[in-house]
Design a protein around this ligand. Structure first.
Ligand code: CP
Length: 324
């Protein structure tokens, strides 16, 4: 069984195959009847130990569009509150005949443990683990960039070679940033991180990207600027510049957006903290792809489920998490 644990596990060809398959899946979403019979008779569990809106709902939509049987599990309201372990929870689900587990967990490494422990035989898909990885987010972001920058048909079979992508904000706590840096590097893009020094992780100098502290200098040289959510819930107050200082130096407002090239995208994985990392006028502008990213997430998750469960498996392996 293949798994998808980390964006770092994907080769360039794996990633392009997933992006191309997602374009095929998007054509299904354009039809009046949005369903394929591909996963009929297969059971997928969405195992969410941490809150989610976009990822949980889009996985469920993707599974239903592929005709899978879907079981939704959230830790809140389950026997996890009585002290049941991840192992016992997983084996309870396995006993019900599960083919794939989509897992979100606050602990970095939980999906890796599930995939490699021998507790279950099902395919494991990481839907976000702690500060480690969120591979389907990086894939839907790359899909959005390729479509917008290269074109829907012209992009097929191609990567993002030479495109300049800037990620701004709370890199320290961001699994989205880690997954994006890994995948964008694999796809040939030039990535720059912009963040306050206190919100960069130890060892960032070994990542395959540049680091800058000056957003205004980087904006005019970017094909896409991805704003990261400031994750106050994972943060010790001492880490943080004041909110006003943060917005002034690292927030994207209309004046800053005007410095970007005309074709450049404003991206955000959601949920957005309006007024902190992005102003409402920028979030609501034509250039902001946040809502489009959510729609593309369904196509990407259909592609991943199809390739792992229904089609030819890409060479997706697993890597022990090293972040945080
Ligand atoms: N982008 C993202 O992972 O959003 P959710 O936490 O709402 O799933």
């Amino acid at each position: 069984t293949g798994h998808l644990i980390s964006a770092a596990d994907l080769s360039r060809d794996d990633a392009v195959l997933i992006l191309d398959t997602a374009e095929e899946m998007a054509r299904v979403a354009d039809r009046p009847i949005k369903k394929l019979p591909t996963l009929r008779g297969r059971t997928v569990v969405n195992l969410f130990f941490e809150d989610s809106t976009r990822t949980r709902i889009s996985f469920e939509a993707a599974e239903k569009r592929l005709s899978a049987d879907v079981i939704n599990f959230t830790a809140k309201g389950s026997s996890v509150s009585k002290g049941e372990s991840l192992k016992d929870t997983a084996q309870t689900l396995e006993a019900m005949g599960v083919d794939a587990v989509v897992i979100r967990h606050s602990a970095s490494g939980a999906p890796f443990r599930l995939a490699t422990s021998g507790w279950i035989d099902a395919a494991v898909i990481n839907a976000g683990d702690g500060t480690h990885q969120h591979p389907t987010q990086a894939l839907l972001d790359a899909f959005t960039m390729r479509r917008r920058l290269l074109g829907r048909d012209a992009g097929l079979g191609r990567d993002l070679a030479g495109r300049r992508i800037t990620l701004v904000g709370d890199v320290l706590h961001s699994r989205v940033a880690r997954s994006n840096v890994d995948l964008l590097h694999t796809l040939g893009a030039d990535v720059t991180l912009v963040a306050p020094p206190t919100l960069l992780p130890v060892g960032v100098e070994t990542w395959p990207c540049e680091v800058s502290y000056d957003l205004d200098r980087v904006l005019s040289k970017s094909d896409a600027v991805m704003m990261l959510r400031v994750q106050r819930e994972r943060m010790n107050a001492a880490f943080f510049p004041t909110e006003r200082e943060y917005s002034r130096r690292y927030g994207l407002d209309g004046d800053r957006m005007a410095k970007m090239p005309g074709h450049a995208l404003v991206m955000h994985p959601g949920p957005m903290v309006r007024g902190m990392e992005i102003t409402a006028d920028v979030a609501d502008s034509e250039r902001c792809t946040a809502v489009e990213q959510v729609a593309n997430g369904v196509s990407i998750r259909m592609a991943v489920l199809y390739l792992l469960l229904g089609g030819n498996e890409p060479a997706v392996t697993h890597t022990r998490p090293t972040a945080a």
